[in-house]
Design a binder for this molecule. Structure first.
Ligand code: 76G
Ligand code: MG
Length: 214
């Protein structure tokens, strides 16, 4: 049956990117997914918004829900200060295998911890497993109907502190209506929508940035 889409993305990175150069890994994936075959990376347009929020927060501890091939993992980790950690959670073992290789190709394996499994099971284990008290930054990019339960779980596990920043992908397409409802009508969040477009298309999508007020 030939290679999977994640395997074809990895091949494009190995062919067109320079080892240890995260920017070239990002460019290789964007070029492949724009000109050869679409894939559900956050992409270059929304990626610029992701970059600016990560740079503004300058997180020591970051969490990503939904790794896929590691594109946004590389985007985030390349901007993290030395000594900081990005934990990324992926449900699909095949994607995890590819993502580990793409993260390593970019030379960012020392900043990234990839956890395989369902976010609902793994979030409660993060404190004890990694000695993390709270996250400065969370990127939500997994199943859209998990955004609300996992945000509540992060609150309940004491993994958010006053000022923690949540950034959610796909709030328009495929859409996360319950999540928008949750953060926009919740006095414990200061929330703002950043309009953009669905990766590699002209379809409207955007990111919702929400600051936890404690
Ligand atoms: O589903 C998407 N992303 C989640 C993949 C699921 C990965 C995980 C699920 C899970 C559960 C529990 N714990 C850990 C995890 S990790 C997604 C889909 C589209 C899209 C847009 C238009 C289309 F026509 C078709 C797809 C665009 C995007 O940017 C996406 O992020
Ligand atoms: Mg997404």
């Amino acid at each position: 049956t030939g290679l999977s889409r994640p395997q074809r993305i990895l091949k494009a990175v190995q062919k067109n990117a320079k080892k240890g150069d995260p920017q070239s890994v990002i460019a290789a994936i964007d070029h492949y997914c724009r000109h050869k075959e679409w894939a559900m990376n956050v992409g270059d347009d929304k990626g610029l918004i992701l970059d600016s929020v990560v740079m503004e927060v300058n997180p020591s501890s970051a969490l990503e829900l939904g790794t896929y091939c590691g594109y946004s993992t590389v985007r985030i980790a390349r901007l993290l200060p030395a000594g900081s950690t990005l934990i990324t959670v992926e449900f699909n073992p095949h994607c995890a295998v590819i993502a580990r290789q793409i993260i390593a190709y970019a030379g960012l394996q020392d900043k990234v911890k990839l956890m395989e499994g369902p976010s609902g099971d793994l979030i409660p284990k993060i404190k004890e497993q990694f000695g993390i008290t709270s996250f400065d930054f969370v990127f939500l990019d997994h199943w859209k109907d998990r955004y609300v339960p996992d945000t509540k779980l992060l609150e309940e596990c004491g993994l958010l502190r006053k000022g923690s920043v949540l950034l959610a992908d796909n709030v328009i397409c495929p859409g996360a209506p319950e999540y928008l409802e949750y953060v926009r009508n919740n006095p414990r969040y200061e929330t703002r929508y950043f309009p953009s477009n669905l990766e590699y298309t002209k379809v409207e999508d955007g990111l919702e940035k929400s600051v936890f007020l404690g």
